[in-house]
Design a protein around this ligand. Structure first.
Ligand code: FES
Length: 154
């Protein structure tokens, strides 16, 4: 069942679009903020509230890569894998993350601390390579500065 806070957030999102369905991604984001990911049950609850079928909402949810349909760690690391970051050493950065966290894309560390995901351009191509950890954007990453970034997150 959607919580009062979730309903409040969803209603706010609906309030700024011309019709209810147009807020479906925002509605999923609101619920994800509270539950960390969108389970099948959460998806059905949101679909019911948005007057959509679960299948219709799932097709949106699975298209949008920042809606997590599987459990994720406490912090999701998005590694930009687009051209500027690739040219500026993204592959080495990813290798270092793989080695440091002992996970590959789509996986979560055993302690549930991090999930690692690839992401198309993070919108800061002039400061490549870039990653995001949760809502924090890191640019111009140097290999020897990676541990310092990771150590900020419990
Ligand atoms: S290519 Fe990495 S931020 Fe744009």
């Amino acid at each position: 069942m959607l919580s009062t806070e979730e309903i409040k957030g969803i209603e706010e999102a609906i309030g700024v679009v011309p019709y209810k369905k147009a807020a479906c991604i925002e509605a999923l984001k609101v619920v994800q903020q509270h539950r960390k990911w969108i389970s099948d049950e959460s998806l059905k609850e949101v679909a019911g509230y948005m007057e959509m079928s679960a299948e219709e909402l799932d097709s949106v949810a699975t298209f949008y890569n920042l809606i997590f349909r599987q459990p994720v760690g406490r912090h999701v690391i998005l590694v930009c894998d687009s051209i500027s970051c690739w040219v500026m050493g993204q592959e080495k950065l990813k290798e270092k993350l793989n080695e440091r966290l002992q996970i590959d894309y789509g996986q979560t560390t055993k302690d549930g601390r991090f999930t690692l995901l690839p992401n198309p351009c993070l919108g800061t191509c002039d400061c490549a390579p870039a990653i995001m950890v949760g809502n924090d954007l890191y640019r111009n990453i140097k290999m020897d500065g990676l541990d310092e970034i990771l150590n900020k997150y419990e």
